[in-house]
Design a protein around this ligand. Structure first.
Ligand code: NAP
Length: 258
């Protein structure tokens, strides 16, 4: 069944920025078919039920659940086949799922897990969904990255609050993700796909667990809805001038250096 709406897939949408982006898009317009990507079907169903009961009167676009674990190739292929059967194409892919490994474990495990989810996952998701994006008349590919992955910022002591933050493995993964976005920005321009890396800013989410959530609130992190509203602008073309620039599209406007 083809859709005349804009078909948007957001990975890692059972929580945080992904979840708020699903809500923000569905509130923006009836012209979206939004796929709420979740690695856990149970959590995804609950999330969708919660969205429907808390925002019933403001939702315009349609939302459906898509099971997708970005570290599991079989799950990615099954998700692609489901989207193909249901919609025949994909207009917007938001590679949003991401992690920070906070538990105590050895460095190699931390590095492997971080890169599996934050880099290898999005690379394989994009590769798998590329044929469906190519069937769109206005394809977009968005990578939820981070200013923590900006090498220019890492070396600049003027970014005082962030200069002392370590997070080496997470930073490395987002720098690698930025390169993936840069490669696709060049390569996918050939078939008209707009590509960007997006910085959602420092937000209150579950990225660093319950303790991290409290720390984020204490340190003035923003509501994830701010990031979601900016993502909606990227999806709807309001930030196309920034996408054309070289850099990470920032939630507050403009781009950050790679
Ligand atoms: N929050 C910030 O301050 C901040 C700043 C810069 C960038 N970011 C980036 O924003 C993105 C969203 O993070 P968030 O802050 O919203 O954190 P979050 O609340 O923890 O959300 C992360 C989402 O990713 C999902 N996920 C994790 N591993 C996955 C996998 N293997 N397959 C599919 N989904 C998976 C999680 O699913 P479960 O619910 O099943 O765990 C969750 O839905 C990440 O890429 C993060 O790096 C966040």
């Amino acid at each position: 069944m083809a859709s005349d709406k804009t078909v948007v897939l957001i990975t890692g949408a059972s929580s945080g920025i992904g979840l708020e982006s699903v809500i923000a898009l569905a509130q923006k317009s009836p012209d979206f078919d939004i796929l709420l990507g979740s690695r856990s079907v149970e959590k995804g169903k609950k999330t969708l039920d919660d969205i429907r009961s808390s925002h019933a009167s403001s939702l315009k676009g349609s939302i459906s659940l898509l099971s997708i674990d970005v570290t599991d190739q079989k799950s990615i292929v099954a998700a692609k086949e489901e989207v193909e059967t249901k919609f025949g194409r994909l207009d917007v892919l938001i590679n949003n799922a991401g992690i920070i490994v906070t538990r105590q474990t050895d460095t190699l495990t931390k590095l492997r897990e971080t890169f599996e989810t934050n880099v290898f996952g999005p690379a394989i998701v994009t590769e798998t969904f590329e044929p469906l994006l190519k069937k769109s008349s206005n394809p977009r590919l968005i990578y939820t990255s981070s200013d923590q992955g900006s090498i220019a910022h890492r070396l600049d002591p003027r970014y005082k609050t962030k200069y002392k933050i370590r997070g080496d493995y997470y930073r490395m993964s987002k720098s690698a993700l930025n390169m993936l976005a840069a490669c696709h920005k060049v390569d996918f321009a050939e078939w008209g796909c707009k590509v960007c890396a997006f910085n959602p800013g420092f937000c209150v989410t579950n990225l660093t667990g319950e303790a991290g959530r409290a720390m984020r609130i204490q340190n003035g992190a923003r509501d994830a809805r701010d990031a979601a509203d900016a993502l909606v602008e990227v999806v709807t073309g309001q930030r196309d001038a920034d996408i054309e620039k070289s850099g990470i599209v920032d939630l507050d406007g403009g781009v950050l250096p790679w």
